[in-house]
Write a protein that binds this ligand. Structure first.
Ligand SMILES: Nc1nc2c(c(=O)[nH]1)N[C@H]1C(S)=C(S)[C@@H](COP(=O)(O)OP(=O)(O)OC[C@H]3O[C@@H](n4cnc5c(N)ncnc54)[C@H](O)[C@@H]3O)O[C@H]1N2
Ligand code: MOO
Length: 423
């Protein structure tokens, strides 16, 4: 089985709690077992490539910086000209964008950050160490040879690997490629994903008595958009196995991934499994030792992978991050990232029932003496609400066998944002 050894990398395996439940690693392997990399590629303008995956290695067309230039605002000089003196005449000004020029012997030139270093100059003195007297400059501190110069080629060599095939393109990659004068990029076609909600009680419109607003489809569509999938929102399926099977019937050839939420548990109306089989699909696995998110279903329908997420919104969110993100990565030719692999320290006490790994929203309280983030657990193991998640700085996970968490215990978490987080 392809991917059988894939680990979640989050330390959440261990006792499955029950023979019938898949461990997190087994479930990740099943989730990935039938995922095939997408072979189609296309070329995109760089500005549109955010979140897509690079289809090929990209190499630097030229060395960088292109030319010797100043790292500071100040004065360019030939240090030897300052021998026995602390003052030089100013021969002119060179600014960023100016054509390269020559430094006259025995003179300094006013220079701005990014300006080409005049031919003959070997040093730039920062403006803070100089007294600019317009026609001459007084150096109040002796400059050091070679200082404040960004040498041509010192950042990167021509031909250097800039971006590896399979990299999910982030803003920093767009900046790097743009800095190299690259305007287009070859990317893998985005995964085509169909999204359904299920349930007679779920509505996109006003709620009749007994009905609730559809949270999962907007949530999952937004998550997919965030991860640059091509999303088809296919609406809400009623609790009707025949209608559901009919809705699935022709999807296998159109999508890479079909994703539902709800109707995968044990109730009389939890008909997704039957409908999938009736539509010609297969089931590879069901029910994971994870809380929330236990009833996740892994299947296939034609060429498409089928992932049935639970109906409880936080459970759907966890299932998406633990399994669907890995599936999207594998489809796009990227390496599936481990779930919540960043170490942190518990800033709370917690007694819990062992048997299922557990994911929970956390708030960053600060950092301990070793610099580890200290986390506060939010919520109370409720998978039906998104309130704690919305207030969280990330999600953390404890292993299935964990029955108690004490202050200072090591946890693993996924921070939503690290730059700009609490310092
Ligand atoms: N006897 C058992 N009952 C349940 C078990 C079990 O093992 N044995 N598992 C529980 C767990 S854990 C979960 S999680 C849920 C998941 O059930 P389903 O995936 O079948 O989901 P539904 O029953 O359809 O819905 C559950 C819950 O979520 C609400 N929901 C559904 N879709 C949406 C949506 N699009 N937006 C907002 N809320 C939604 C739905 O109304 C239900 O309240 O099963 C437990 N039961
Ligand atoms: O897995 Mo359920 O998601 O515990 O509520």
């Amino acid at each position: 089985m392809d991917g059988a050894n894939v680990s979640t990398g989050c330390g959440c395996d261990g006792l499955a709690g029950s023979q019938q439940l898949l461990s997190c690693s087994e479930a990740r392997a099943l989730a990935l077992a039938n995922v095939r990399p997408i072979l189609q590629q296309q070329t995109l303008p760089l500005a549109q490539a955010l979140g897509w995956t690079a289809a090929a290695d990209i190499f630097a067309p030229r060395a960088m910086p292109y030319f010797n230039n100043s790292a500071m605002d100040g004065f360019a000089l030939r240090l030897a000209d300052l021998e026995g003196r602390c003052c030089l005449p100013v021969a002119g000004t060179v600014a960023a964008g100016d054509a390269p020029c020559e430094l006259p012997t025995g003179a300094a030139m006013r220079i701005y950050t990014g300006a080409p270093l005049p031919e003959g100059a070997d040093t730039v003195a920062m403006i803070e160490t100089c007294i600019d007297k317009v026609t001459k400059v007084h150096f109040s501190t002796a400059p050091t040879r070679g200082s404040n110069i960004r040498r041509a080629g010192s950042d990167q060599d021509a031909g250097q690997l800039l971006l590896r095939k399979g990299t999910r393109i982030a803003p920093r990659h767009i900046g790097l490629l743009a800095a190299n004068g690259l305007h287009d990029i070859a990317v893998v076609r985005r995964p085509r994903v169909a999204v359904f909600s299920t349930g007679n009680e779920v509505t996109a419109g006003p709620c009749a008595p007994g009905q609730i607003p559809d949270a999962n489809r907007p949530l999952l569509c937004a998550l997919l958009a965030e991860h640059a999938a091509e999303v088809s929102d296919l609406g809400i399926l009623p609790d009707d196995p025949d209608a559901t099977a009919a809705a699935f019937a022709d999807l296998g050839g159109q999508f890479d991934l079909i994703m539902t939420s709800g109707a995968v548990s044990m109730g009389g109306k939890d008909h997704i499994r039957d409908a999938l089989i009736a539509a010609g699909g297969d089931i590879q696995g069901w029910r994971v030792a994870i809380k929330p998110g236990k009833p996740v279903l892994f299947g296939t329908l034609g060429d498409a992978v089928f992932t049935g997420l639970p109906g409880n919104p936080f459970a759907a969110y966890v299932g998406f991050h633990m399994f669907v993100l890995a599936q999207l990565a594998r489809m796009s030719g990227a390496q599936p990232a481990p779930f919540a692999a960043t170490p942190a320290s518990a800033g709370f006490e917690w007694q819990r029932k062992a048997g299922r790994a557990e994911v929970f929203p956390v708030r960053l309280k600060g950092y301990d003496a070793n610099g580890l983030p200290v986390l506060q657990r939010l919520g109370a193991s409720v998978s039906a609400t998104l309130v704690p998640l919305a207030e969280a700085d990330g999600v953390a996970i404890v292993a299935a066998e964990t029955s108690a968490v004490s202050m200072g215990d090591i946890l693993h978490w996924h921070p939503f944002c690290t730059i700009g987080a609490l310092t």
